[in-house]
Each structure stands twice: as C-alpha cells, then as structure tokens.
Design a protein around this ligand. Structure first.
Ligand SMILES: O=C(O)CCC(=O)C(=O)O
Length: 277
C-alpha cells in the first residue's frame, strides 16, 4: 500500500515559515450559485461553515462504511492507527471517487469558483473511548498553500453527535486571520499538534451533528476541533479538501492535486484514479 509521493506530508514549523502565505479569508463571490442557495453562500461568508448537506443516501453510505471498515482493518493489521489513512485518494480508487464525486464538486465549486482542485482526503476516525482530541485549530495554519482559499467537506461515515465527539466550530472566527497557537508536539492525546488557546473569547461553539452520509463544509481559517470520544460508538468522518486553481502549493503539495473543475492549472498535478480499491 504505497503511494507515489514527492510531497512533505506534515510540514515543519520552520519550513512553513519560509512560505509567504496570505492567510486572510477570501469570501465567495458567486451571485448565482447552482447547487447551494444564496443564503448558504452568505452563511459561509459570514459564519465560515455550512451544515448539514446531504451527500449520500442511506444505502450509499452503508456501502461506503463497509468499504471503510475493511480498509481500517487492513491498516490496523499493519500496526497503524485509525487516524493514519491520509492522502488516501493517492492510493485508493474508492476514496478518489468520493473526492471527485460530482455532487460534492458542484457544492464546492459554488464557493471556490469554476477552477477547483481536490487535494486532500483524510479519515478522522475516533474509535470508542480512544481518548484522542483534536484541539482547536485553523487548517490553513498547517498547510503550505497560499492564498488561503481551501474548504473542507467533512463527510460523516458514522452518525456524529455530541455523544461521540462530533466536531465543533466557532462561528465567525474565519475572518480573524492567522491566530496565535501553541505547539503540542508530544501530546499523545492530541491528533494534531497546534492548539489555539482561550477560544472562549471568540464565542460559543456550534456542534457539528451529522447523520451518516451528510457533510458539513468549513473554511480553512475557521477555528474547529473535537473532544475525546467517551462513548461506545465509533465516530468516523472523511475530510475532503478542495481549493481554487489559482492557489499555489509549496513543499511538493501540488502533487496531491486532482483537477475537478475548469482547465488544469499548470502549477497543480492532476492525479489519475489509483487502481487499488
Ligand atoms: O474530525 C475531527 O474531529 C477534526 C477534523 C478536522 O480537524 C478537520 O476537518 O480539519
């Protein structure tokens, strides 16, 4: 299960500082969205997210969950954990299919415009009582991309609710620019390694409760995270990342790209569907 990669999977702080990034919010300017309503586009611009969006039917998501169950079992049998299936579209045709799904691409294109590149796919699978949190962060802070125009579609593979540690957003924080964070490199309970402190001052969180097959969508600058899953139910979501074709990628990240709308930008790769399911 190896994917051809030339990119740096998790850029270090020093490397990121070498990239002059524009980390300011770029609102969607689409006055005639095709799939979203104008209210949803305005909500995204004002609050930094949209939810819920029904993507797959119950029957479709059962098929996807069975696929994921088998994939996870395979990774775990190799000693990997339930958060390790990342950049999965470069390796797994079935994930590439979800990333390039026309229903999702149409939604995303309403926000980021007619030129769209899909570049990320990562399962955030909280096993029952695994004790792992995702501390408050801004996605753009981790990524060597500029300007910050990326959106994430968080697709629920399992039902996600307050009981099994669904994601939380802090509305409106996407317009605050790049927020100061603390590094927590050696914290085994945190899935990621940046934590924005004292988030209460930015307002109350919204709980991203979704039924399996539904998705939420958030800006790469919106503060979000999730608590530990103290329940007996698994909580798996597939994060799908997209950006506008004019965005530049550094540290080889252009190599993860799949062009999903518009002419292929010369500075992005355009990965074909992998053969392995
Ligand atoms: O699934 C989670 O709990 C966190 C996901 C996340 O941080 C993201 O979508 O960027």
């Amino acid at each position: 299960m190896t994917a051809p990669t030339s990119f740096q999977p998790v850029p270090g702080q020093d490397d990121l500082q070498q990239v002059a990034r524009d980390l300011s919010f770029h609102p969607a300017t689409n006055a005639a969205p095709k799939v979203l309503t104008r209210e949803q586009v305005e909500h995204f611009n004002r609050e930094g997210y949209i939810l819920p969006l029904r993507i797959f039917t119950d029957a479709e998501v059962v098929g996807l969950r069975t696929y994921f169950d088998n994939l996870l079992a395979k990774y775990m049998s190799e000693g990997k954990d339930s958060y390790s299936i990342s950049s999965a579209h470069l390796r797994h045709g079935r994930v590439w299919d979800v990333l390039t799904n026309p229903r999702i691409v149409a939604i995303v294109s309403d926000l980021i415009g007619p030129s769209a590149v899909a570049w990320g796919s990562h399962f955030f699978c909280k096993m029952p009582r695994d004790g792992k949190t995702v501390s408050w962060h801004q996605d753009a802070s981790y990524w060597p991309l500029t300007p910050s125009k990326a959106v994430t579609v968080w697709l629920a593979i399992d039902d996600a609710d307050r009981g099994n540690a669904c994601m939380r957003y802090i509305p409106g924080t996407h317009v605050l620019g790049h927020l100061t964070y603390k590094l927590s490199e050696n914290d085994p309970t945190n899935v990621l390694n940046q934590t924005v402190p004292d988030v209460e001052k930015y307002g109350a969180p919204v709980y991203v409760e979704l039924k399996a097959g539904e998705a939420s969508l958030h800006s790469d600058l919106l503060l979000h995270g999730s608590e530990a899953n103290d329940s007996d139910r698994r909580r798996c979501g597939l994060t799908l990342r997209y950006t506008s074709g004019d965005v530049r990628a550094y540290m080889g990240w252009h190599d993860k790209g799949v062009v999903v709308a518009g002419d292929p930008p010369p500075h992005w790769g355009n990965r074909a569907r992998p053969e392995e399911e």
